[in-house]
Design a binder for this molecule. Structure first.
Ligand code: AMP
Ligand code: MG
Length: 409
C-alpha cells in the first residue's frame, strides 16, 4: 500500500491533462458518422449546386415574352425531376414541369399551375410571368471551386447536408478517440443479471462513463467489471491498454489494501503524470500515459467518478478531436446563504441553478456524499468552492461549471 505523496491543485491537474493530450489523426469518415467531429481542412465545391437551372414550383415552363394573361398555351412535352424534356419551348408553347425539373431550352420562366387553368394538353394563363420567374439558377447555392466549409468547423446536420450536395461521401475529420471503460471491484454485479448477494452492489460506473464518453463524442466501449484480484485486474488493464486511445477505470485507485490499479499500471509501464488532486469529490484521481495511450484511474465512488470524468476526461477527449466544449460554460453564481468548505481542498459542489434579478442563484442539491448518484440527476452545475477560502459568503460570486446548459435558456 502507498499513501498519496503530493496532492496537486485542480487547475494544475487540468493543465497537466490538457498538456499531455494530443490531436488524433485525420480520418476520411463516412458522412453518416461525422456528426460532431471537426473538419481538418477546408472543403470546396466540386460542382455547381444546384448543377443546372431548375424549376422551384410545379407548373409550366414558358417564354416570359409570350406570357400574357388570357393566352392559351399548347403543352408540347414534360420535364419532371430527373428526366429532362426532349423538346424545347418554342414561341407560344409550354412544357409541363415539376419542382427540380431541368428548365427546357427556350424557356426563361415557369408559371405556377395555380396561376393557370390547370393541368392538361393546353392551359390558359391567369397571371403574367417575368423573366427568370420560379427558376433556381445553377450554382446559386455553391459555385464550383468556392469554399463551402472551413477547417475547424464542427460538423452538424447542416454541414453534412452541404457536403452531401457536393457529392462528398466522406469528410476529413479528426477521428474519435477509442475509449475503453473498465470497472474494478469484487463487489460489483452486472445490472439486470441477478439479485445482489450480501456485500454486493450493481456496477453503475462503467455504464455512466461509457455514456459520458459518448456524450463527449468518443467511441466508447465497456470491458467487463474486473474483481480486485491482482491477476484478473492486470489482465483486464492489459487488454484495455492494447486497444484504447484512452483507458478509463473506476475504483481501486485510493490507498486501500485492495486498491491495486495504480501499482498494476506502473507495473505495465504506465508513466504516472499525477495521483491525487486537492479536490472533492475525487481526491484519488490517477492520470498517466503509456506511448500514445492515456490512462485515467477514476475513484470508485460514483459521484467522484462522474465528476472527475466531466472535469478531466471530457476536456481531454474533446481536445483530441479538436472540439471546443460549448456545453460546459462557466458562469458566475451566488448563494443565498454562506457556504463553508472545511475540506482544505476545492469542492466541486453539486448545485441547482435559478435565474434571479441578481444573477444565477445556486443552491446545493442537498447532501453531497460521493455515493449519492441521485444527487447528480438534480445537479445543473458544479460550483467551485475554494481552495484558497473556507467558503463563500451569501451574495458573493463563485464560479460554476454548468452541466445542463439548457437550464441557461
Ligand atoms: P474504491 O475506490 O474501489 O475503494 O470504491 C469506492 C466506493 O465506490 C466503494 O463503495 C465501491 O463499492 C464503490 N464503487 C466502486 N466501483 C463502483 C462501480 N463500478 N459502480 C458503483 N459503485 C462502485
Ligand atoms: Mg474497490
Amino acid at each position: 500500500m502507498q499513501l498519496f505523496e503530493k496532492l496537486i491543485e485542480y487547475p494544475d491537474a487540468e493543465r497537466r491533462v490538457l498538456d499531455s493530450t494530443y490531436q488524433l489523426p485525420v480520418e476520411e469518415t463516412p458522412l453518416g458518422e461525422a456528426l460532431g467531429l471537426v473538419l481538418a481542412r477546408d472543403l470546396r465545391a466540386t460542382v455547381d449546386s444546384p448543377p443546372f437551372d431548375n424549376s422551384a414550383v410545379d407548373g409550366y415552363a414558358v417564354r416570359s415574352a409570350d406570357a400574357e394573361v388570357g393566352r392559351t398555351f399548347p403543352v408540347v412535352d414534360e420535364a419532371p425531376a430527373g428526366r429532362p424534356a426532349q423538346k424545347s419551348v418554342g414561341e407560344g408553347e409550354a412544357i409541363k414541369i415539376f419542382t427540380g425539373g431541368v428548365i427546357p431550352d427556350g424557356a426563361d420562366a415557369v408559371v405556377m399551375v395555380e396561376n393557370t387553368s390547370g393541368w392538361g394538353e393546353s392551359f390558359e394563363l391567369k397571371k403574367a410571368a417575368s423573366p427568370g420567374q420560379n427558376i433556381r439558377d445553377a450554382g446559386q447555392d455553391a459555385r464550383t471551386g468556392s469554399e463551402i466549409l472551413r477547417a475547424g468547423t464542427e460538423v452538424g446536420a447542416p454541414e453534412i447536408a452541404l457536403a452531401a450536395t457536393q457529392g462528398y461521401g466522406t469528410l476529413p475529420v479528426y477521428r474519435r478517440p477509442k475509449v475503453v471503460v473498465l470497472s474494478t471491484g469484487t463487489e460489483l454485479v452486472e445490472p439486470g443479471t441477478r439479485d445482489l448477494a450480501p456485500g454486493e452492489i450493481f456496477d453503475s460506473n462503467s455504464y455512466a462513463i461509457v455514456a459520458q464518453s459518448r456524450e463527449a463524442g468518443a467511441d466508447a466501449s465497456r470491458l467487463y467489471a474486473a474483481s480486485d484480484d491482482a491477476q484478473t485486474l492486470r489482465a483486464a488493464i492489459e487488454e484495455a491498454l492494447e486497444t484504447a486511445d484512452v483507458v478509463v477505470t473506476s475504483g481501486g485507485v485510493s490507498v486501500g489494501e485492495k486498491d491495486l490499479v495504480k501499482s498494476t499500471l506502473l507495473d505495465l509501464g504506465v508513466e504516472q503524470v499525477f495521483w491525487g488532486v486537492k479536490f472533492k469529490p475525487g481526491k484519488p484521481l490517477f492520470y498517466g500515459k503509456r506511448d500514445e495511450t492515456r490512462f485515467f484511474g477514476l475513484p470508485g465512488n460514483p459521484v467522484s467518478a462522474m465528476v472527475c470524468f466531466d472535469l478531466f476526461v471530457r476536456p481531454a477527449l474533446m481536445g483530441m478531436m479538436g472540439r471546443e466544449d460549448r456545453k460546459r460554460p462557466r458562469i458566475r453564481v451566488y448563494f443565498e446563504e454562506d457556504v463553508v468548505n472545511k475540506f482544505g481542498r476545492m469542492h466541486a459542489m453539486r448545485v441547482s441553478l435559478r435565474k434571479t434579478e441578481k444573477g444565477w442563484l445556486a443552491s446545493s442539491v442537498g447532501a453531497q456524499g460521493s455515493g449519492l448518484v441521485s444527487s447528480l440527476t438534480r445537479a445543473d452545475a458544479l460550483a467551485l468552492i475554494g481552495p484558497e477560502s473556507e467558503g463563500v459568503r451569501a451574495g458573493e460570486p463563485a464560479e460554476a461549471i454548468v452541466l445542463r446548459e439548457e437550464r441557461l435558456l
